[in-house]
Design a protein around this ligand. Structure first.
Ligand code: TPP
Ligand code: SF4
Ligand code: MG
Length: 316
């Protein structure tokens, strides 16, 4: 015969002991890198994605986030393997669909800050549609695109950010399609925080991640992240250690000036690094919360099935 757990004397004893235990008053310590790191990343040695992951760990440590508050979502690609390597809640979703899934988490769990990581292919090819719509809806989450100007996982195809003339398995004679400009696209789609950084400048990446996390709205970071296997040297011109230049956004740039941000985004490579655009407008989260509140006030005291029935009745 089956017996419920509470019927056993041992279980009853445990429940009583837990109830009698004094409240834990000790302040909770932040996580260490060892506690956040999961599997060993399967990226190629030297891949830029390693730095981005290391800086995400730093952010978690610095901001004292605990396991149950960390949510990392990604699509498909080398960069999108990200959640596997973080010892916390995470989703490795289907190609290009990370943002709608992450939006659902963000809207239903206001106590979390959702981070989405992914590649240029995932973000701007198959997921291009979702990128525009999540930006315009101003869903509160941070989207960090690890842009390597190529499809890495599938071994070198032209991506939407590959420059003209880039030779790949899909463009043996060189890419002929004009690349998109992720910064321009983010600004024009309505993102309320738009920043650019590069994996070769760790302090800067962390700074951008922190600012993005603190932003109440859709925050987008384009993080250059070199694919050493299929696009070696792509970003040398932005790396002072390789003879390039790392120019920060000019101090007098007004981040609330959309047109100025757009112009900054149009500068030829290596361009500028930092926050291009930041503005404040009501988030999808705040609007939905308002709708829920007003709806709930109309159905107080009703059971779930009665609310559903009321809705169905309206459709008749
Ligand atoms: C529906 C679908 N189409 C195509 C693929 C094959 N595919 C897997 S990853 C990828 C591109 C990944 O490129 P990117 O997002 O730039 O990531 P990277 O590997 O460069 O980090 C493609 C085309 C797939 N997995 N699913
Ligand atoms: S193929 Fe490129 S993007 Fe993928 S892990 Fe290797 S270096 Fe990184
Ligand atoms: Mg890529």
């Amino acid at each position: 015969m089956s017996q419920t757990l509470t019927e056993t004397p041992e279980r009853a004893g445990t429940i009583a002991a837990v109830a009698a235990a004094p409240a834990v008053t000790e302040e909770r310590k932040g996580l260490t890198k060892k506690e956040i790191a999961a599997d060993h990343p399967t990226w190629c040695p030297g891949c830029g994605d390693f730095s981005v992951l290391a800086l995400y760990f730093k952010l978690i440590e610095k901001r004292k986030m605990w396991h149950e508050k960390i949510t990392t979502v990604a699509g498909i690609g080398c960069s999108s393997r990200f959640p596997y390597f973080v010892q916390a809640h995470g989703v490795h979703l289907i190609h290009g669909r990370a943002l709608p899934f992450a939006s659902g988490i963000s809207l239903s769990r206001p106590d979390l800050h959702v981070f989405v990581f992914g590649g240029d292919g995932d973000a701007f090819s198959i997921g291009g549609n979702h990128f525009n719509h999540t930006a315009r809806k101003n869903v509160k989450l941070t989207y960090c695109v690890m842009d390597n100007w190529v499809y890495g996982l599938t071994k070198k195809q032209t991506s939407p950010t590959s420059p003209l003339g880039f030779k790949s398995k899909t463009d043996m004679w060189g890419a002929g399609d004009y690349p998109i400009n992720p910064m321009k696209q983010a600004i024009s789609a309505g993102a309320t925080f738009v920043a650019r950084t590069t994996h070769t400048n760790p302090n800067h990446v962390l700074q951008m991640m922190e600012a993005a996390m603190d932003h109440d709205g859709f925050s987008f970071i384009e993080c250059l992240s070199e694919c050493v296997e299929f696009y070696e040297g792509a970003f040398d011109a932005s790396n002072p250690r390789k003879g390039g230049v790392f120019n920060e956004v000019p101090k007098n740039h007004d981040v609330t000036d959309e047109l100025a941000a757009y112009k900054l985004a149009g500068e030829p490579f290596p361009g500028y690094f930092g926050i291009f655009y930041k503005n404040s407008k009501p988030t999808k989260n705040a609007k939905e919360a308002e709708i829920n509140k007003s709806f709930q006030s109309k159905v107080t005291g009703l059971k779930d099935w009665q609310i559903l029935q009321k809705n169905f009745d309206k459709l008749k």
